[in-house]
Design a binder for this molecule. Structure first.
Ligand code: ZN
Length: 704
C-alpha cells in the first residue's frame, strides 16, 4: 500500500479551494480523493471522511461543525461542496439517546444541516461526530476485510495490526455503530485506529495527513500479513483459457440474458420483457475461482462488505456443469437455476421481512451475479451503470476471497445482517429515482450508423435510454462518429465496424455487441446505397453494387437478427429504413427503387416468419433527407448534384423544391425518421409488417 501523500499536491488543493472553503476543507478534499482513488481502499463510491471546524453564520456566530461526505458523492472525485456541514454540538447530544431509528436519525441530520443545499449526509455521520478527532477517515479496505471476515477474525486483526488497534464487533451502521465506536475509543484513547469487524477501518488525526497515513499504515500491515501468511487455499486442476471462456460467453450470454428477462414478466403484452444489461467478468483470476474444486463454496459466501449489496444481492447464482455444447440443454439449466434462485430469494425475504418499515417493498428476485465453471462471472443490472458496478464489485470480491483463502474458512455477515443492510430504508433511498427512459435495459444495433439518418437514429435511441452499437464500414467516418458518441454518451454507445454485404462481418458485429452487453433487442436496418441512372444507360456493375448493399445486406442483417432473437428468447424488434421510392418510384432511380423495394419486401417476409417468436418487423419510408450538421446524407451526396443539375437548382433551391412537393409543405429531417423508429421500438401499438411514411404526405406513396 503506497503512501501517495504529496506536499506539493496538498498545496495545490489549498491554492484551489483554500480561499473559498478554508485550508482544512481543502486538505480534507485532497486526502479524500487519495483514498477514493485507490479501489483497494474504497470500493466504488463507498467509504466516508469528515473534518471538524467552525462554521460562521450570516450573523457572524461561530458554530462548531462537522463536515461529512454527502451521499451521492464519490470520494474519488469529491470537491469541498461534497461535504455537508452539520451542527456538531447538537449531533453529539444524540449520544444520550437509547435508540434512534434510521429515519429519525436522517431527520435529525436534515434538520441540523448548516447549508440547505448540502447533500444528505452519510449514514455513518454520527460515528464521525462522536469520535473527537479533527479528521476521520473511514474505508472498507479489501485487505482489512480479508482479515475480519473469518470466525477468528479479531485474533487475526490483532496479529496483523498489533494489539493497540481497537476491534469493534459487527454492529449495524448508523446510531448503534456510532455508539459502539465511541465507547470503544474512550476505553483506548491512545489507539492508532479502529477495525470494525466485517465492515472496515477507521483512522484519525489532528491533520488530514495524519489520518490518511494512519489508514495507509494499517492497510499496509494487513497486506503484508496476507502476503506472508495467507496464500491461496484454492486448488485448481484445469483452468479454462480466456479465449475459450469468451467463445462460450458469446453463446451463453444471450441465453442467460433471456432467462433473466423471462423470470419476471412486466405484465404488458406489448412490452413483456423486463431486461437486464450484462457485463461479463472473464479473466484469469475469476477462471481460477470457478474452475477450482472449492470455488463454488467460496463464491457462494456472502460479500466482503455490505457496500452496494443492493447492486449485487447477498449471494450469486452458481450454475453446475453448464452444457455449453448443447444450447437447448444449457437454456433449461439456466432457466431452472434462475427460477430456483428466485424462489430462494423470496423465501429469504419472507424469513426476514417482519421488521421492515412500512413502504419498503421487495426488490425483484433475480440474481445480479452468476458464476459458471469454464466461463467466469456474468453480472447483470437494470442499466449499464448498475451492471458495471456489479461487475467491478464482483471482480474485487473474487480477487480478495481468493488471495486470502489460505487463512482458513471465510465468514461473511450472517443472513439477518445481510438482509438488514439490503433493506434498511436508507438503502432504498439510494436506489429510488424517477421513472427511467422508455428503452432503459435495451440494446440496439444500427447499420449505416455514421450517415445522416443513422446518426440521427442512434442519438434518438440513446436519449431514450437504449444502449447503441453504431455499425458502419470501418474508416474515418465511423471513427469520428465514435468519438462524438463517446464524448456525449460515454459507455452507452459503441462503434462496431460492420459490412452488411459480408455475412461473416455481420456475424462478427453481432458477436461484438453480445460481448459488450450480453445481447441485442432492436436492430435498425439502415445501411443503403444509391445510384442515379436511366435503365437505358445502366451499367450492370452499378446495379449489382446496389443489389449487394440494399438487398443482400438487408437479408444478411435480417438473418443474423432472427437467429439472435430466437437464441435469446425474448422477442425483439427490427425497423427497416425503406424509402418513399418503394411506393412512388422516380425516373432515373431504377437501381435504387428496385433494390430498396426488394429489401422492403424482405422486411415484410421477416414480419411473417418471426412473429411467432414475438419479433416485430416494421418499415419507415422517408422522402429525401439532406442531413444536418456534419452528418451528410450519403444518398444525397450521390444523388443531389445530379438532381440539382437536372432541375437547375442549388442546394438550398433543391431543398425548397423537395419541401414544396409534399402535402404538408414541410422539410423532412433525420429527427423525424428517428422518431418513427422510436415509435416502433417502444412498441406503442401491436403492429408488425407495417410502414410509416415520413414524407410530409404523398397520396401516391401512402402504403395501401
Ligand atoms: Zn462503512
Amino acid at each position: 500500500m503506497e503512501n501517495r501523500w504529496s506536499e506539493t499536491e496538498a498545496a495545490e488543493f489549498i491554492k484551489l479551494y483554500g480561499n473559498e472553503w478554508g485550508e482544512e476543507l481543502a486538505l480534507r478534499t485532497y486526502s479524500s480523493r487519495l483514498l477514493g482513488g485507490d479501489p483497494e481502499l474504497v470500493l466504488y463510491g463507498g467509504g466516508n471522511t469528515s473534518v471538524k471546524g467552525v462554521f460562521e453564520s450570516v450573523l457572524g456566530d461561530k458554530i462548531a461543525a462537522v463536515w461529512v461526505k454527502g451521499s451521492g458523492h464519490d470520494l474519488a472525485g469529491i470537491g469541498p461542496e461534497g461535504f455537508s456541514p452539520l451542527d456538531l454540538d447538537y449531533l453529539r447530544r444524540l449520544r444520550e439517546l437509547e435508540e434512534l431509528s434510521d429515519e429519525a436519525m436522517m431527520d435529525q441530520f436534515l434538520t441540523h444541516l448548516l447549508d440547505s443545499r448540502a447533500a444528505r449526509p452519510s449514514i455513518e455521520t454520527l460515528m464521525h461526530a462522536f469520535l473527537p478527532h479533527k479528521f476521520i477517515d473511514h474505508t472498507h479496505a479489501d485487505s482489512i476485510l480479508a482479515l475480519t471476515n473469518r470466525d477468528d477474525g479479531a485474533e487475526l486483526v490483532r496479529k496483523a495490526l498489533g494489539n493497540d488497534v481497537i476491534v469493534v464487533d459487527y454492529v449495524r451502521p448508523g446510531f448503534q455503530l456510532a455508539q459502539a465506536a465511541a465507547d470503544a475509543f474512550e476505553a483506548s484513547p491512545e489507539a492508532p485506529g479502529m477495525v470494525l469487524m466485517k465492515h472496515g477501518l477507521v483512522t484519525w488525526g489532528g491533520t488530514a495527513r495524519e489520518a490518511y497515513e494512519g489508514t495507509i499504515d494499517l492497510v499496509a500491515k494487513a497486506e503484508s500479513y496476507l502476503r506472508t501468511k495467507a496464500g491461496s487455499g484454492v486448488k485448481t486442476t484445469k483452468v479454462t483459457s480466456v479465449e475459450t471462456a469468451r467463445e462460450r460467453y458469446r453463446i451463453a450470454g444471450p441465453i442467460i440474458r433471456g432467462a433473466l428477462a423471462l423470470s419476471r414478466g412486466s405484465g404488458d403484452d406489448d412490452n413483456p420483457w423486463d431486461r437486464f444489461i450484462l457485463r461479463s467478468l472473464i479473466n484469469h483470476e475469476t477462471l481460477d475461482l470457478v474452475d477450482s474444486s472449492n470455488g463454488k463454496k467460496l463464491a457462494l459466501t456472502p460479500p466482503l462488505t455490505a457496500d452496494h449489496l443492493v447492486r449485487t444481492k447477498a449471494l450469486p447464482l452458481w450454475i453446475d456443469e453448464p452444457a455449453y455444447e448443447d444450447p437447448d440443454k444449457f437454456r433449461e439449466q439456466v432457466t431452472a437455476a434462475v427460477e430456483q434462485y428466485s424462489r430462494d430469494y423470496d423465501a429469504y425475504f419472507d424469513r426476514n421481512s417482519s421488521g421492515l418499515e412500512p413502504g419498503v417493498v421487495r426488490f425483484d428476485s433475480r440474481p445480479r451475479v452468476i458464476f459458471l465453471p469454464g466461463l467466469g462471472g456474468i453480472c447483470a443490472g437494470v442499466d449499464i451503470g448498475a451492471a458495471e458496478l456489479a461487475r467491478n464489485i464482483t471482480a474485487r470480491t473474487a480477487s480478495i476471497k481468493l488471495k486470502s483463502s489460505g487463512l482458513g474458512e471465510y465468514e461473511g455477515l450472517d443472513e439477518e445482517h445481510l438482509f438488514d443492510m439490503e433493506y434498511f430504508g436508507l438503502q432504498h433511498l439510494k436506489l429510488s429515482r424517477a421513472q427511467p427512459p422508455a428503452l432503459t435495459g435495451s440494446v440496439a444495433l444500427v447499420t449505416g450508423a455514421a450517415g445522416a439518418i443513422g446518426s440521427g437514429i442512434c442519438r434518438e435511441l440513446l436519449e431514450s435510454g437504449c444502449l447503441v452499437a453504431a455499425t458502419d464500414l470501418p474508416g474515418d467516418t465511423l471513427d469520428s462518429f465514435n468519438s462524438e458518441l463517446r464524448s456525449e454518451f460515454g459507455g452507452r454507445a459503441v462503434a462496431v465496424p460492420l459490412d452488411v454485404t459480408d455475412p461473416e462481418s455481420v456475424g462478427r458485429g453481432f458477436d461484438a455487441v453480445i460481448e459488450a452487453w450480453g445481447g441485442i433487442d432492436l436492430v435498425v436496418v439502415n445501411a443503403g446505397a444509391a445510384h442515379v441512372s436511366k435503365l437505358t444507360e445502366m451499367d450492370p456493375d452499378d446495379f449489382s453494387r446496389l443489389e449487394r448493399v440494399n438487398v443482400e445486406g438487408t437479408l444478411n442483417v435480417l438473418t443474423a437478427s432472427g437467429r439472435h432473437f430466437r437464441h435469446q428468447g425474448t422477442g425483439g424488434d427490427i425497423v427497416l429504413i425503406s424509402t418513399k421510392n418503394v411506393f412512388s418510384p422516380g425516373a432515373g432511380f431504377g437501381a435504387y427503387s428496385a433494390t430498396k423495394a426488394a429489401g422492403h419486401q424482405l422486411g415484410r417476409i421477416a414480419s411473417l416468419e418471426l412473429a411467432g417468436i414475438d419479433v416485430r418487423v416494421n418499415m419507415v419510408s422517408p422522402d429525401a433527407i439532406f442531413g444536418e450538421g456534419k452528418h451528410k446524407s450519403g444518398l444525397w451526396a450521390e444523388v443531389g448534384p445530379d438532381r440539382m443539375k437536372a432541375r437547375g437548382l442549388d442546394q438550398a433551391g433543391l431543398e425548397e423544391y423537395y419541401r414544396n412537393r409534399n402535402l404538408l409543405k414541410t422539410r423532412i429531417t433525420t429527427r423525424h425518421v428517428a422518431r418513427a423508429v422510436l415509435f416502433f421500438a417502444t412498441r406503442q401499438t401491436p403492429t408488425t409488417g407495417a410502414t410509416i411514411p415520413v414524407d410530409g404526405g404523398w397520396p401516391d406513396s401512402t402504403p395501401r
